[in-house]
Design a protein around this ligand. Structure first.
Ligand code: C2E
Ligand code: CA
Ligand code: CA
Length: 711
């Protein structure tokens, strides 16, 4: 039998799950009432074991909501509580629980209770089955009447109540014998005369869904929908009568609305959630297919939302999400004017996919143009500042667009395509949109394959370090080595760091990988020191993500200690973009490292937008002119002027300059003439394994670099 277990405490949950599974139940476990209601709404459970104290919605509330369902009576609810207070238990039973079990649960007691429960459930199931089959015999009719979830009233021709079911008592508060034999006027009020006047056709033929207000014993007005059918004279008493079923709309409506809301709408923004969105996409695709129309699915992800959340707190984050969702709704409402027929119908549906991700379904568009119009409108709506708690916040977004037909045959693949396109938009810089293309798909699956293998690379020991020498421009003396990571997945081809480092950054794997690089690099330097080579500078690349890592400084110090290295032997290379992006987060860590004597070098200089004046705020001592300038320095006058200017300015600021990616003697000569301090590049050596680099250290010739072309 299927059993829904609702318990927030994970160890109790596991324990109970074990007990129930041991008893042969097929258990679905939920940590809170909201989740439980959703599961129950999807596929109702005959048996629910419910903890009373839950986070959010209480167990009692869950119990009431389950009972308020159309099939509310069908589930057997066993409440598990740690309270033995009689009022509490009373309250529990009043909320509709069938039975309760006091924690800690004793196995013996559980056996007994389960036996009772099973009997009850079988009984209820039997009743419901009978009802469904509609093959009830007369004696079973009263069973059925009792189990009908709606109020049931049988009236005779004179308007007397002949029979009621338990629901009448529950909802209206009258005991059965207070009503039976009395006039239906008492609960129907004046409506009775209107509806059931003796000439009324209702005595002759069935009627459906009459809107009527009933009066409960305590005077409450309860709106119901009444359906009924005449009873032939022979069945109920001599004069025949009418059988009415009254659905309680007030409570039901609220409860169902509540359940629907929980299951299909996002609590924060009130937008449809991912489930409802998928449903709608499915329906829209079916309709588009049928009518030969197009639709577009936009996948939107806020830029920098995480930053807002982290720095300003969740409340501000939540406010921002709500404001964003209002602007999105505004932007698609305007879609009407680009709609096929300029109709007033709203043709865009905004949903919250989760976190800071939204989707927008555009159903009434002719082609991609319509979609890009909307995307543009959304981007400009989001470009305006948001005011949250007196603060101006900016939240750009990246949007991916998938079209149907074309970019997916079902809701899942269409969504996947939109997501992939969003991903691409994000990588092209922030605040923009992209349409899905096939090559993106290939890039995405390549990336996914990298990600999967990367997760296991450390434990499988698939990484290695290579070292590329740096030399003094004037003397040609070896001054240091840049440490470059190499990855050779087991059973596959080597993968370039240019391909896997970005993936490692996005997934956060870079923190562990970067630590491994630091540790290995320091170990290697220590080995060389021990073999008696003069200590050389080891430059390790740090990624943006590592700068945010609070443990960074400790990790670095620890690696130095382990190798007994002087801090001045280690240099960290950080890119211009990284320090710009992570200024706040990284500045104190960088200062701490610099104060400890560790060198800092600004990598890829010239590719970002920072000025040297800005750079001065960082405790760096060296810059590396990016290879893209070096490679054209002898051909392009502007690049030559750029490098000359950089070198001169860096020197006035007391910084050393490295030219990287030097491939020709002409480049080396020009950089040297301009005063560049050090050079690095294939001209001198490709990156090579530690053993090869050691030959450079001893001056014993060819370092045996990476195979030709791999660098
Ligand atoms: P980068 O820091 O700019 O490293 C220099 C890159 O230029 C290396 O590529 C190197 O092999 C290559 N190179 C050196 N001399 C020449 C030359 O004369 N011509 C040309 N065309 N290229 C040259 P590699 O090893 O493929 O690394 C690519 C990037 O991957 C690095 O760029 C760096 O950003 C990243 N990376 C590599 N190892 C690590 C690491 O351990 N940690 C982090 N965070 N990033 C790493
Ligand atoms: Ca570098
Ligand atoms: Ca570089």
């Amino acid at each position: 039998m299927r059993l829904l277990l609702v318990e927030d405490d994970s160890s109790t949950r596991r324990m109970l799950e074990g007990l129930f599974v041991g008893q042969g139940y097929e258990v679905t476990a939920c940590p809170n009432g909201e989740a439980a209601l959703v599961r129950h709404a999807e596929d109702p459970f005959p048996f629910i074991a419910l903890d009373l104290s839950l986070p959010g919605m209480s167990g009692l509330e869950v119990c009431r909501l389950i009972r308020a369902r159309r099939d509310g009576d069908r589930a057997y609810i066993l409440v598990i509580t740690s309270s033995t207070a009689p009022e509490r238990l009373q309250e529990t039973l009043a909320a509709g629980a069938n039975d309760y079990l006091v924690k800690p649960v004793s196995l013996d007691l559980l056996h007994v209770r389960l036996a009772v429960a099973n009997r009850h459930i079988h009984e209820v199931e039997r009743r419901f089955t009978l009802e469904e089959q509609n093959t009830a015999t007369r004696s079973e009719i009263s069973d059925i009447i009792r189990s009908i979830p709606d109020m049931l009233l049988v009236l005779d021709r004179s308007g007397r109540i002949l029979r009621t079911n338990q629901r009448v008592t529950e909802i209206l508060g009258y005991e059965q014998d207070e009503l039976v034999g009395g006039s239906a006027n008492r609960i129907f009020g004046p409506a009775f005369a209107e509806c059931f006047a003796s000439e009324s056709p209702k005595w002759e033929s069935p009627f459906h869904n009459l809107d009527i207000v009933l009066t409960a014993r305590d005077g409450r007005q309860i709106s119901v929908l009444v359906s009924g059918a005449p009873l032939r004279a022979s069945t109920e008493g001599s004069g025949g009568g009418i059988v009415c079923i009254a659905k309680d709309m007030s409570e039901r409506n609220r409860a169902e609305e509540r359940i629907r809301t929980l299951a299909f709408y996002d609590g924060l923004t009130g937008l449809p959630n991912r489930h409802l969105m998928q449903e709608r996409v499915r329906a829209a695709m079916a309709s588009a297919r049928k009518h030969g129309r197009s639709l577009a699915l936009l996948f939107l992800d806020l830029d920098q939302f995480k930053h807002v959340n982290d720095t300003l707190g969740h409340q501000v984050g939540d406010r921002l999400l709500r404001d964003v969702s209002s602007r999105l709704i505004e932007s698609v409402r305007l879609t009407d004017t680009v709609g096929r027929n300029g109709a007033t119908a709203q043709s865009g549906t905004v949903s919250r996919f989760g976190g800071d991700e939204f989707t927008i379904l555009l159903t009434d568009i002719d082609d991609a143009n319509g979609a890009s119009l909307v995307a543009n409108r959304i981007l400009s709506a989001l470009a305006e500042p948001f005011e949250v708690d007196g603060r101006e916040l900016y939240s750009g977004a990246s949007i991916g667009i998938a079209m149907f037909p074309g970019d997916g045959n079902d809701a899942e693949s269409l969504l996947q395509s939109a997501d992939t396109a969003m991903y691409d938009a994000k990588s092209q810089g922030r605040s923009g949109f992209r349409f899905f293309t096939q090559p993106m798909n290939e890039a995405a699956s390549k990336r996914l394959s990298i990600e999967n293998r990367l997760r296991r690379a450390l434990e499988r020991d698939e990484f290695a370090l290579h070292f590329q020498p740096l030399q003094a421009s004037r003397t040609g003396a070896l001054t240091g080595a840049e440490v470059l990571l190499r990855w050779h997945p087991t059973g596959g081809k080597p993968i370039s760091p240019a391909d896997f480092i970005p993936v490692a950054e996005e997934t956060g794997l870079i923190v562990a990988i970067g630590e491994w690089v630091l540790r290995e690099a320091c170990r290697q330097a220590a080995r060389w020191n021990r073999s008696g080579h003069p200590p050389i500078r080891i430059s390790v690349n740090l990624s943006t993500r590592q700068l945010r890592d609070e443990a960074l400084c400790e990790t670095v110090f620890d690696c130095l200690r382990e190798g007994d290295l002087d801090p001045s032997q280690l240099e960290l290379e950080i890119t211009e973009t990284a320090v710009m992006q992570e200024y706040e987060a990284s500045i104190s860590a960088l200062r701490r490292l610099a104060e400890a004597g560790i060198g800092l070098c600004l990598d890829d200089f010239g590719t970002g937008y920072s000025s040297l004046a800005y750079i001065r705020r960082f405790p760096i001592e060296r810059i590396k002119i990016d290879q893209s300038f070096v490679s054209t320095i002898t051909e392009c006058r502007d690049d030559a002027i750029f490098s000359a200017a950089i070198i001169a300015m860096a020197h006035t600021l007391g910084l050393d300059v490295v030219g990287e990616g030097v491939e020709t003697t002409e480049q080396a000569e020009l950089l040297t003439a301009q005063g560049c301090d050090e050079l690095q590049g294939f001209l001198f050596s490709r990156p090579c394994p530690a053993a090869g680099f050691e030959r450079l250290l001893t001056g014993s010739g060819d370092p045996k670099p990476d195979e030709e072309g791999s660098d």
